[in-house]
Design a protein around this ligand. Structure first.
Ligand code: CDP
Ligand code: MG
Length: 192
């Protein structure tokens, strides 16, 4: 059983998509074990998007790759681009309240990423949250000097999930109960 963190980012809350988004995760059989509305401050935002070189590079590379495909040359290195995005992420995450969810279930991390879709909504397929509810792109974000507004944060690995869940939830805020469909979902078959 895995746990993962989802944030419905401020744009998702402001657009009134909270119910629609939660429904998609809940319908799969994933269990909500923690949920709250939070006005994130700079400290929380900067813990969440930690100043980690590897992460900054991977974030920056996403824009550079996408620009290259379109024949656009960006003069910054991946790390420089990543640092710039991180600065902008601080004001994105703190601009209005967000909703934090802790979800639990079989392979929860990858399942949630699949339902969410890739970072760039223009590359996200219909059926995913980012594909269905956003027209944003790296280029639009860059031209408006803000990060991509893609509605959701979802942990990328079980390790990342463990670190991030601790930022948003303390032990008392995570709940233990049984969903009524769990006996069926996690049912052991009997050999004839
Ligand atoms: O959120 P996700 O895990 O898909 O992407 P990330 O690489 O961890 O980046 C975190 C967030 O930074 C994204 O969700 C975007 O809001 C923003 N970002 C951006 O605006 N431009 C990029 N090139 C990469 C990320
Ligand atoms: Mg990420």
């Amino acid at each position: 059983m895995e746990r993962t963190l989802v944030l419905i980012k401020p744009d998702g809350v402001q657009r009134g998509l909270v119910g629609e988004i939660i429904k998609r995760f809940e319908n799969t059989g994933l269990k909500i074990i923690g949920m709250k509305m939070v006005y994130a401050d700079e400290d929380k935002a900067s813990k969440h998007y930690a100043d980690d070189e590897e992460w900054l590079k991977s974030v920056g590379e996403k824009t550079l790759r996408s620009a290259e495909k379109k024949g656009i040359k960006i003069e910054r290195t991946a790390i420089e681009q990543g640092r710039w995005i991180r600065e902008m992420l601080m004001s994105y995450l703190t601009m209005s309240p967000l909703v934090a969810l802790a979800l639990e279930g079989n392979e929860a991390v990858s399942k949630v990423r699949m339902i969410t879709g890739p970072t760039n909504p223009q590359e996200a397929l219909p059926g995913t949250i980012r594909g269905d509810f956003s027209v944003d792109s790296y280029m639009l974000g860059d031209s408006l000097e803000r990060p991509i507004q893609n509605l959701i944060h979802a942990s990328e690995s079980p390790k990342e999930a463990e670190r991030e869940l601790k930022i948003w939830f303390n032990d008392k805020e995570l709940h233990f109960f049984k969903r009524v469909d769990e006996d069926l979902i996690y049912r052991r078959g009997s050999k004839k």
